[in-house]
Write a protein that binds this ligand. Structure first.
Ligand code: UT7
Length: 332
């Protein structure tokens, strides 16, 4: 028994909507440019709640949806690249908020690939005798890192959380994870410590000042073109890998839920794979890019709409800072 199954899903999407018109008021851009280049019309922003709150709401809904008590959750794995604290792990804050006091907790950061990384890890726990369920929470508050004076990046991102409670299954599960650390400078958010240590040297000199951001803020920095180029091939490669590993053809997939970074990236990658657009789910138009939360939020939308049926082969595929990439296929 090496598969996994979805026992429950949940999500939290903040109320505040920042549509393209709002961005046209703060940077030189237009609804037309944003929609044509990215497929985004709006994103949600958590104006008054921390990241862990969003994660806890999504987690609570997933656990309720599964019909178990929070006290029966055995392990919580959180993926986030926008934590509220350097430590403790966000999973500990979420554990407290939902009352999952018997769960072990840790966090994972592989940026936007986080949910797929968590699936890969969770399956390995569920393969053992010791764990019967694992709660994955992908929660992201990009608004705390985005530079809202940079029109090339600020228009892409939003805030949201998605969660799934997983159990054991004897159905198919395959996953593949990859990384290109050589490319890490294409997308990063440097930790700019405000140390008052009297012996704290200028660490930026070590890097040759290449990572300076305005006023040393913790801003997301990206080379959009480099990420775009990487993403198209990485997504296609990841799906080919996972299909080869599982011994099936890409054409056998019933549904693909990709990371929602840019509609053009999704279209190009799936075109390379020969996957028709009616098998590809996107919600980027109303959500924007919510990093590792993209896939579980989309999955919850599909479950809620009654569009997931027994026997379907669903593929998750993504990429992100690292640069990381990966794919997973689950038979429901
Ligand atoms: O989870 C992963 C996170 N990151 C990504 O996925 C990023 C992947 N990359 C992308 O999605 C795209 O590269 C962007 C959306 C960031 C940019 O789109 P693009 O088609 O690659 O545009 P570009 O960088 O080639 O820029 C074309 C022009 C430039 O002007 P000039 O130099 O031609 O005069 C930009 O300054 O568009 C300009 N531009 C904008 N214009 C209006 C860049 N951003 C904007 C904007 N509004 N928001």
């Amino acid at each position: 028994m090496s598969g996994i199954e979805f026992l429950g899903t949940g999500s939290y999407v903040p109320e505040f909507v920042a549509d393209n018109e709002k961005f046209a008021q703060i940077v030189e851009t237009s609804d037309e440019w944003i929609f044509q280049r990215t497929g985004i019309k709006q994103r949600h922003i958590s104006t008054d709640k921390p990241n862990y709150y969003m994660g806890a709401q999504a987690a609570k809904r997933a656990v309720e949806n599964a019909g178990i008590s929070a006290q029966d959750v055995e392990l919580i794995i959180v993926s986030t690249c926008t934590p509220d604290f350097f430590y403790p792990a966000m999973s500990c804050l979420i554990q407290k908020k939902i009352g999952a006091k018997n769960a072990a907790c840790f966090d994972v950061n592989s940026a936007c690939t986080g949910f797929i990384t968590c699936l890969d890890i969770a399956q390995k726990y569920l393969e053992t005798e010791k764990y019967k369920n694992v709660l994955i929470v992908s929660t992201e508050k990009l608004s705390s890192q985005v530079d809202y004076t940079d029109r090339a990046s600020c228009i892409l991102f939003g805030d949201a959380a998605g969660a799934v409670l997983l159990g054991k299954s004897d159905k198919r599960f395959n996953s593949f994870l990859g990384a290109e650390g050589d490319e890490f400078e294409a997308l990063y958010c440097k930790a700019n410590y405000q140390s008052n240590c009297p012996w704290f040297g200028d660490i930026d000199e070590f890097y040759g000042h290449r990572f300076d951001t305005p006023a040393k803020q913790n801003f997301l920095m990206q080379d959009g073109k480099a990420v775009y180029k990487f993403a198209v091939n990485a997504m296609a490669d990841a799906v080919r890998h996972v299909a080869k590993q599982g011994g099936f053809d890409v054409s056998e997939l019933d549904l693909v839920i990709p990371h929602q970074a840019n509609l053009r990236i999704i279209e190009k990658a799936t075109e390379l794979l020969g996957i028709p657009s009616d098998k590809v789910y996107t919600n980027i138009e109303h959500m924007g890019n919510v990093s590792s939360a993209c896939i579980p939020v989309a999955l919850n939308e599909l479950f809620t709409a009654g569009r997931i049926h027994a026997g379907m082969k669903i593929c998750f595929v993504g990429f992100g800072a690292g640069l990381t990439y990966g794919a997973a296929v689950i038979e429901v």
